[in-house]
Design a protein around this ligand. Structure first.
Ligand SMILES: Nc1ncnc2c1ncn2[C@@H]1O[C@H](COP(=O)(O)OP(=O)(O)OP(=O)(O)O)[C@@H](O)[C@H]1O
Length: 291
């Protein structure tokens, strides 16, 4: 099913999210962006910059969200979106004492109780094939490797053929071959089924595989562009270098406005995961019932 709509799949305007005990801290501030339908958009930025928080907000599982956040034309988290949005968190959310196939069969029944046994089996088989798990389908999920388990979670999200897939670091712990296969799957889903994908990653070389990138830093949007435009704009050879150039430019601007000395020319750029401006220290856990 190709998504021909020109409407953005996600529309965020002046989005703000507060996390932690009252009054809490602003984890996301003034985010404005659109996610284009049928594209693979990468969400990148240093640890603690707000990627998971943004994904939770889009999936409708995050409290204390203000501003506008529309998903497939509805407010994020509203009832009509339940079967249309797939969200895979960093922690695999499948039953260890069921096989991969039994997990999928169970979730297929929960998603759509009217499905016949044969339809459930068909959907399960397709989702297992999508994530290349046919060979392990009948092993207990608890005995699978971490990467295999996270692919079972991804298969669960694919069961209902969601129009929007929100994937929080789906390639963590996977070897290069599996990572490449998963990225090929993401593009196949976008190209053949019209699925819109938002995929977060720490791995900057994965950024090159995205149609478009959202680069975040310290709860704000640093850039929203194609990988090629980002490289061109910064004169960098890779997206990683482009990102570091943007971070450095912003830090210089911050230093100038605070009246402190700017970074010395030639000072090594910061690593993407080691930006002191990123709010990396976990705050007081959310006291609104959200983990
Ligand atoms: N349960 C929580 N309670 C309070 N603050 C939190 C909670 N979870 C995250 N935060 C804070 O919200 C901010 C954004 O965190 P978030 O998990 O969204 O970042 P991230 O970019 O996904 O990080 P990582 O790449 O390490 O997963 C951080 O400052 C973090 O400390």
């Amino acid at each position: 099913m190709m998504n021909k709509s020109a409407e953005p799949a996600v529309r965020a305007r002046d989005l703000r999210v507060v996390r932690g005990g009252r009054p809490g801290r602003t984890a996301i501030d003034s985010l404005t962006f659109d996610l284009r339908p049928g594209q693979v958009t990468g969400l990148l930025g240093p640890s603690g910059c707000g990627k998971s928080t943004l994904m939770r907000a889009i999936a409708g599982t995050q409290a204390r969200v203000s501003g506008t956040l529309d998903v497939l034309g509805h407010p994020a988290g509203s009832a009509p979106l339940r079967s249309r949005v797939g969200y895979v968190t960093q922690a695999p959310s499948v039953y260890a004492d069921l096989t991969a196939r039994q997990n999928l069969d169970y979730y297929a029944a929960v998603l759509d109780p009217s499905l016949s046994r044969a339809d459930r089996a068909g959907r399960t088989a397709r989702a297992l094939a999508d994530v290349d798990l046919d060979d392990h389908a009948d092993r207990l999920t608890g005995s699978l490797s971490g990467g295999q388990r996270s692919r079972v979670s991804l298969a669960v999200a694919l069961l209902g053929t969601p129009e929007l897939l929100v994937l929080d670091e789906p390639t963590v712990g996977l070897d290069p071959v599996l990572r490449r296969d998963l990225w090929n799957l993401f593009h196949r889903l976008a190209g053949e089924r019209g699925t819109t994908l938002l995929v977060s990653s720490h791995v900057m070389d994965e950024a090159e595989r995205c149609d478009r990138l959202l680069l975040m830093r310290a709860g704000r949007m640093l850039a929203d562009d194609t990988p090629e435009a980002l490289r061109r704009r910064t004169g960098a050879a890779t997206v990683e270098d482009a990102f570091l150039a943007l971070v450095d430019a912003e830090r210089d601007r911050e230093a100038a406005s605070a009246g402190t000395p700017a970074r010395e020319p030639g000072t090594p750029a910061r690593e993407p995961g080691n930006d002191p401006a990123a709010p990396g220290t976990p705050g007081t856990p959310d006291q609104d019932g959200t983990p």
